[in-house]
Design a protein. Structure first.
Length: 414
């Protein structure tokens, strides 16, 4: 596992269970309860690079899942994956041989984006359940084909947008739908980093293998790998899909032979004229990872990539009304909170047993998957939103490349 990953806070299974994460939990997650052998999902992982190895570590602590097979074409990655898998796990360098393992119940596809479509189709042929890393596919055609194939199968199919399993994101989702912000009119999303986004390679011959995100043949770039998280959340919160997409991107700073943009800024127009901007840059980390939902009566912000924090800001014109109604409708709110509200200061949004980092949030996602496999249900993040985000990303990339406005087409809707 990389140095960055080794610095993560690894949480023991008992601690995670005691936390009582509320979203996606089932009997597997009840404090002190262990999964019966018949309930345990035997998982194979295809792609055991940094993210794949990290998710193996998370599944190792997830009740009801055991990683018993790993596959990667790059031997150091395969060895790293096996290091964190169950003792005696089998290693493969050809993913179809892993799929031929009849002991496996499910597969995590954690490979470069361009491989997801075919690997998922091949996995569906075996009847195994699937967790597919984002972005689900490279283009619109693949997204529609894979969606249809999943719907014809009996396999549970989850797309790895773990924020949908976060109690805090679910709380904000509910607040927006309950009208806390009034009518949402504008949304701003940032995924800002000050890094060249590269990994070191031991030999130039491994450049495209290890830095696949730099090349259009293998990846949709920043929009796919980073902004798609935010696109998924906005689609989910609005319960809508964009009608128009435009934007700009470029290779304006890192002149190192890369093909995917080192900065992207896109604008999505949703029904009702709602405008959402999605930005990812590699030259400045100000505002970091953040989302801002602006409405006629208030604003909700979400900050930080892990252990997210949320705040509500009341619109000044609403303050008098809020204070006038305080005695009747806000009896449980402290006077200090009322004063802060009146000054349009940040009011923290808190939830019980919130996930505190990527480990817990991703574990909640895997617990949702395990529950759905056991009960034959659809995961919270599934092929429908995975398809829609893949199409949105393709529209954004085309808009940036051509300078045109991309429009949502009727045939994109399933």
């Amino acid at each position: 596992m990389s140095g960055k990953m080794s610095r993560r806070k690894f949480i023991q299974t008992s601690a995670a269970a005691a936390a009582g994460i509320s979203i996606g939990m089932n009997a597997f997650a009840e404090t002190g309860k262990k999964a019966a052998p018949s309930d345990t999902i035997l998982m194979g992982v295809i792609g055991t690079g940094d993210r794949g190895a990290w998710e193996i570590e998370i599944m190792k602590g997830t009740p009801g899942i055991k990683v018993v097979a790993c596959c990667d074409i790059y031997p150091p990655h395969l060895a790293n994956g096996l290091k964190y898998a169950e003792k005696g796990a089998k290693g493969y360098q050809e993913y179809r041989k892993l799929l031929g393992n009849r002991d496996l119940d499910a597969v995590l596809i954690c490979t470069p984006q361009y491989l997801h479509h075919q690997m998922a189709l091949d996995t569906l042929e075996t009847g195994k359940h699937i967790v597919c890393q984002k972005t689900m596919t490279m283009n619109v055609e693949e997204a529609l084909l894979l969606s249809r194939a999943v719907k014809k199968s009996k396999s549970v199919f989850q797309v790895a947008y773990q924020w949908q399993s976060s109690p805090l994101f679910n709380e904000v989702h509910q607040m927006i739908h309950n009208g806390a912000c009034g009518k949402i009119t504008h949304i701003r999303c940032n995924y800002n980093r000050n890094t060249n986004w590269r990994v070191e390679v031991p030999d130039p011959k491994f450049e495209r293998l290890l830095n696949w995100r730099m090349y259009r043949e293998y990846s949709g770039g920043l929009t796919a790998e980073l902004c798609s998280h935010h696109i998924n959340v906005v689609n989910w919160f609005l319960k809508a899909l964009p009608e128009k997409v435009t934007g700009f991107g470029g290779i304006d700073y890192w002149k190192d032979g890369r093909e995917t943009y080192d900065n992207v800024t896109t604008i999505f127009e949703y029904p009702g004229g709602i405008k959402a901007t999605f930005q990812a840059i590699t030259t400045n980390a100000f505002e970091d990872v953040s989302m801002i939902f602006m409405g006629t009566e208030g604003t909700i912000t979400l900050h930080k990539e892990e252990g997210q924090e949320a705040h509500f800001y009341a619109e000044p014109k609403q303050v008098n009304k809020i204070l006038e109604e305080a005695d009747e409708s806000l009896e449980a709110i402290t006077s200090a909170t009322r004063r802060a509200w009146a000054r349009s200061e940040a009011i923290p949004i808190t939830v019980k047993n919130n996930t505190t980092d990527d480990y817990e949030t991703t574990m909640a996602m895997f617990l949702d998957f395990a529950s759905c496999v056991r009960d034959g249900k659809m995961p919270q993040s599934n092929v429908d939103n995975g398809r829609d985000v893949s199409i949105c990303v393709s529209m954004a990339n085309r808009a940036m490349e051509t300078g045109a406005i991309e429009k949502w087409k009727p045939e994109y809707s399933g």
